[in-house]
Write a protein that binds this ligand. Sequence first.
Ligand SMILES: [Mg+2]
Length: 203
Amino acid sequence: MGFSPGDPVIVREVWQGKIWTVRALTIVRDEPDLLVLYQPAGAPWKRPHSLNGRPIRLPDQPWQLHDDAMPEDALRLILPGQAHSVLLIWRKQWELLCWYINLEEPFRRTPLGFDYMDQTLDIVVEPDMSSWRWKDEDEFEEAQAKGIYSRKQALEIRIEGERALERLLFRKPPFDERWEDWRPDPAWAKSAIGGGWHLAGQS
Ligand SMILES: [Mg+2]
């Protein structure tokens, strides 16, 4: 089993059995030791809003999903079983904005794609890797205070981040490849991304 390059997949964040986000992504590589997904600028996604219509960032209240579009091109590299993804995010004209370590539950395969859940804390690394910083530490603290993560989980998440950062900065595999120079197969624009398909529920 497994997906082929160019296949459209549905990637969902799921919190306690309830869908938190839905993204429409494209398979770049699906191998036992590396999963790579492409998110084109403008890709549709569904994101959580409070019941009175405000975007929310933590699953500490009831929510409903609203349609939105991803602003930037991004490539997402996942080492199966590990509790993070590394994203490259580009501005227009393929100007690399940053490397982004997203801490999260390991991806789980589903018939249509993958499920996981974000873990709030992130690391942003400069395009040339000259510096880096934690992102959303305050929200991570808030999530701990609200009982979304235990102290032990929070510590594990932070350690995972440090491990992931070391792997990236030392350009250990798969970061020994020049992912900065990756570009989508032009043939995909017609089939998977631009033309033919949409998230369920959209017309
Ligand atoms: Mg995150």
